[in-house]
Design a protein around this ligand. Sequence first.
Ligand SMILES: Nc1ncnc2c1ncn2[C@@H]1O[C@H](COP(=O)(O)OP(=O)(O)OP(=O)(O)O)[C@@H](O)[C@H]1O
Ligand SMILES: [Mg+2]
Length: 264
Amino acid sequence: MLKLSHISKTFNPGTVNEKVAIRDLSLHLEKGDFATIIGSNGAGKSTMFNAICGDFLTDSGSIVLDGEDITFMPQHARAKNIGRLYQDPMRGTAPGMTILENLALAAGKGGWLSRISKSDKQRFREQLALLDIGLEDRMNHPVGLLSGGQRQALTLLMATMNPPKLLLLDEHTAALDPGTAEKVLNLTKRIVEEHHLTCLMITHNMQSALELGNRILMMDSGDIVLDIKEEEKKGLTVEGLLDKFKVGAGKKLDNDRILLSNEK
Ligand SMILES: Nc1ncnc2c1ncn2[C@@H]1O[C@H](COP(=O)(O)OP(=O)(O)OP(=O)(O)O)[C@@H](O)[C@H]1O
Ligand SMILES: [Mg+2]
């Protein structure tokens, strides 16, 4: 479904600020793969997502999504097939618009209430009810009034309303309190399974990296240093995972947000 072949990206080449952020990175994701990604600060995790989304063109290599070469495709065109969530719950929704208007936008209705039929509204209500956080009774409330967790759950619903070919989650529960983070993670799991989505999820939470998905990718210094597949992932503990990282990267996992406990 996603094939990154030997992609590289150096920022500010030839200057004192030169930074090789992605180094000859290759990755092949099968349709329905759900890979969690761990790595030290500055390993290039978010930059890899930026490259996939077309925030910039890579210096070399190719990117193929569902058989289509998107290496030189502009960002807005890629966005049609890629759903993305960030750490910041304030991104991804329009705060001044109501929940209903935001959902209408996500459904491709242009956010115009006049274009929302009764059946659309009913469908939105049902989908909101599935989130199980009471939003179905607040459809006319502005999104800006929601809590971070509620907003992130809504963003997830919006990003997957028309199931994307690829869902990219960049530490999307990191800014939430542990209880809310767990809810959003469970929701993530359910939505990915329900739509059989192909998904990459960056996390600093080792337990989540182990619990979710069928693959774990470890990144360091701009490359994927280890790719742990389904069978190997089963039965792996947090300690085992950290040991593997140490072997793969040649150093300890160093991330200022790293979470090792069972808490989300
Ligand atoms: N637009 C940019 N210009 C210059 N340098 C950049 C740019 N984007 C990223 N970098 C650098 O590339 C490296 C990789 O950054 P990236 O944000 O991908 O790390 P990360 O793995 O997501 O880290 P974290 O866990 O802290 O989020 C860092 O050294 C960063 O400073
Ligand atoms: Mg990052």
